[in-house]
Each structure stands twice: as C-alpha cells, then as structure tokens.
Write a protein that binds this ligand. Structure first.
Ligand SMILES: C[S@@+](CC[C@H](N)C(=O)[O-])C[C@H]1O[C@@H](n2cnc3c(N)ncnc32)[C@H](O)[C@@H]1O
Length: 259
C-alpha cells in the first residue's frame, strides 16, 4: 500500500527545511519513488557512457564533506549531450564542480575546449588525465580568475541544493559565460527546498530558465541509506524499505540565458 503522507501529517517541505529530518526525508523518498516510475530519460550516447564508465574505475572515493554524490555514467553522458545539443559541438564548456565526470563525457563527444573548476585536487587530477583543463579553487570563497571570465560558450554546475551554496556556484559559473552564452543548472524542486528562491534570485540577475529537461540524471541509492527514516516510522518500516529498494533519486537540467 502506498505511504499516505497526508495521513501522516506530512506536507511538502519549504525553504529552510532540514533534509535530515525524518518527515522531510520521507517526503523526498515518496517523491523520488513517483519520479522513478514516471522518468523517461532520453537514450544516452553510448560512446560517452562508455568513456565515463571506464573513467569511473579510477575516480577518487567520494568526499561527502564536499557534497559529492554520484549520478550514473549514462546520466553524465546525457547531461553532456544536452549541453552540446544546445550550444553546438565546438562549444567551449566549463564545469563548476565535476565529481560526475561530465567533462569526460564532453571530451568523449568531441568537445576540445573543456575546463573544470573544483576544490578537490584528486578530482582535478582524475579529470586532467582525460584531457580536461583544470583550476583548483574554492568557488564559495574566491573570485573568478580573470582568464576564466566570460571565456566560455557554456558553463554547467550541479551545486549545493540551497540558496547560499546554489547561488554561490551559479554566480561563479555565470561569470565564466561569454555574452549570449548558456548557463546550465542541475537541481530539483523536490530536493532543493529553496529552488524557487534561487530561481528568482537568478532572474533578478537577468538569468532566466529557457528550457527544462526533467529527470535527466539518475542517482542510485546506497543500501541502507533510508534506514534512519525507516527507524523513525517503525510502523511503516517495511514499506519504506521496499520503496527505497526500488527507487533512485533524480535531478533536472535547466538551461538559462541572460536577457
Ligand atoms: C556541490 S557537489 C554536488 C554534486 C553532486 N554530483 C550532486 O548531484 O549532489 C559538486 C562538486 O563541487 C565540488 N565542490 C564542493 N565544494 C566546493 C567549493 N567550495 N569550491 C569548488 N568546488 C567545490 C565537489 O568536489 C563536487 O565535485
């Protein structure tokens, strides 16, 4: 029987919600389970999926203190393909944060001018081994280096899912885009409870969403990840475990242009 959030008194979380709170995490799980049933992502380009899969074998372990959380290889390939479809195959592209190897997928699809900025030197060494140019920087604590400013046809970022972190990554990314270029933002309103606040802030800076690709990226859930939620709702623990076992998390890709 599906979990009845209304009967449990759980309403959609709003700005400032604590993602670790059991009622917030349960709302997230039920939403992601529904998305898992509905999601129909486009086929991923095989050459890029293979390149990311091969690269993943040598990717450094996740550093959760830096918010690293991996999508699957096909999702990295889909994100890269969507960017090049929008910008053209010769686009110069920069990724602000790239634990998913989207820049590896861009290279596999033929992009030659591909750059990544990250705070994790291990990740940059990994991406650099695949022909990606790299810059080590704390994008939340430093300004954009002059050589990166307005140099790229497109910037892509998959930032922290809140106002401060989200906007910090997005404004850094936006500063790297040439006039008339594209900004790609990875997010989901059921995962980032400040999604609309971030979107409004971007609009006030002139960046408006011109295209949305829903559920483009899939995040496999780790076994036991939802155990704290099952423990918080012991009378529904079996349903919660069953849901978690057949569900993945999803995020969207938003294309923004400056008007
Ligand atoms: C914020 S994480 C989130 C990405 C993750 N794939 C997701 O979907 O949740 C994205 C990338 O940003 C990097 N990162 C985290 N904090 C950073 C900072 N202050 N400056 C630069 N990069 C940072 C991480 O190492 C990671 O590669």
């Amino acid at each position: 029987m599906p979990l009845d959030l209304d009967a449990l008194g759980i309403s959609p979380p709003g700005p400032g919600a604590d993602p670790e709170a059991p009622e917030v995490a349960l709302h997230w799980l039920v939403t992601m389970a529904a998305l898992t049933e509905q999601a129909a992502p486009p086929e991923a380009p095989a050459v890029a999926t293979r390149a990311v899969e091969q690269a993943q074998a040598k990717r450094p372990d996740r550093d959760v203190t830096l918010g690293q959380l991996h999508i699957d290889a096909a999702s990295s390939a889909r994100r890269a393909a969507a960017i090049l479809e929008a910008t053209g195959p010769d686009a110069a592209v920069i990724a602000i944060g790239d634990d998913d190897g989207v820049t590896v997928a861009l290279r596999a699809l033929g992009a030659t001018d591909v750059h990544a900025v990250d705070l994790d030197p291990r990740l940059l060494a990994w991406l650099g081994a695949h022909g990606v140019e790299t810059t080590l920087a704390d994008v939340l604590g430093s300004s954009v280096p002059e050589p990166l400013r307005r140099r790229f046809d497109a910037a892509v970022t998959d930032p922290f899912r809140d106002l401060d972190g989200g906007l910090g990554f997005l404004t850094y990314a936006a500063a790297c885009v040439r006039p008339g270029g594209d900004l790609f933002w990875v997010d989901h309103p059921a995962w980032n409870y400040e999604h609309h606040v971030v979107r409004d802030a971007l609009a006030s800076l002139g960046w408006r969403v011109t295209e949305e690709r829903p559920s483009l990226h899939r995040y496999p859930l780790a076994p036991g990840e939802l155990e704290p939620v099952a423990a918080a709702y012991p009378e529904h623990a079996a349903e919660i475990r069953a849901l978690a076992a057949r569900c993945a998390a999803w995020s969207d890709l938003y294309r923004l242009r400056r008007t």
